[in-house]
Design a protein around this ligand. Structure first.
Ligand code: SAH
Length: 231
């Protein structure tokens, strides 16, 4: 798994970004202090231990990168809280390791990198051009082959689908039909849904027999899923 990431020694860092600080985050995620429960999937915890989150935020925020908190990434957007990234990734893996995943809302590129570190083929869509440009640079410098598109992610990526997993990292008022339609049989979709202050993290699993099972994982706070795209 780690072989997929080209990590420079300096990327492994010192001080507030040291391995000890990162290990503390992993223990926090594991121990279940979060109201939504602990993270039990060692593959997910390993990916979070491996990926240097401080490279996905502004240098001025690097010392806070291993706190279990969302951080600003500019343009009014945030890199999600590690617990949320872990929980969404765990839900995506719960019915077997997906081969190909679509992410809506690239943002910093962190969630996409966690998925790529797990060996998943990642397709990600971002509506803010400037954020996508920075995220693409990060994918390149980590040696990752993540496919990305500047577009309104609510239309998904039909030419590249169907996807074994779909993860939406911005909250809309309801599940998006166009995305559910791009989910493969036996696929899993994870998305925050609901009004600000009342969002739920939903998991939708399309069973092999075509039946769809929905699960409510936790209360969450995401930035809004918006329409259209901007430079
Ligand atoms: N997964 C990101 C989280 C970023 S926050 C990370 O790991 O850093 C959510 C992102 O979704 C923002 O960058 C926002 O611009 C983007 N977004 C919101 N609505 C969108 C849409 N309709 N299509 C694509 N991206 C969208």
């Amino acid at each position: 798994m780690t072989a997929r990431l080209r990590l420079q020694p300096e990327a492994l860092g010192m001080g507030m970004t040291s391995q000890r600080v990162r290990d503390r985050l992993i223990e926090r995620l594991r121990d279940g202090a979060h109201p939504g429960g602990g993270i039990g999937d060692e593959r997910v915890l390993n990916a979070i231990r491996t990926v240097p989150r401080h490279l996905f935020v502004d240098e001025a925020l690097a010392t806070r990168a291993y706190e279990d908190t969302a951080l600003p990434i500019g343009h009014g957007q945030t890199i999600s809280q590690p617990w949320v990234v872990a929980r969404m990734t765990e839900a995506l893996l719960a019915n077997g390791m997906p081969r190909k995943v679509l992410e809506v809302g690239t943002g910093s590129g962190y969630q996409a990198t966690i998925l790529a570190a797990l060996g998943i083929e990642v397709h990600t869509v971002e509506r803010i051009g400037e954020l996508l440009r920075v995220a693409r640079k990060r994918f390149r410098s980590l040696g990752l082959n993540v496919r990305s598109k500047h577009d309104d992610g609510r239309i998904g990526w039909p030419e590249n689908g169907p996807f074994d997993g779909i993860v939406v990292t911005a909250a809309g008022p309801a599940l998006v039909d166009a995305l559910t339609a791009q989910l493969a049989d036996s696929g899993t979709l994870v998305a925050p849904v609901g009004a600000p202050g009342a969002q739920r993290l939903l998991v939708l699993h399309k069973q092999a027999d075509g039946r769809v099972v929905q699960q409510d994982l936790a209360a969450v706070a995401f930035v809004p899923l918006l329409s259209g795209y901007v430079d």
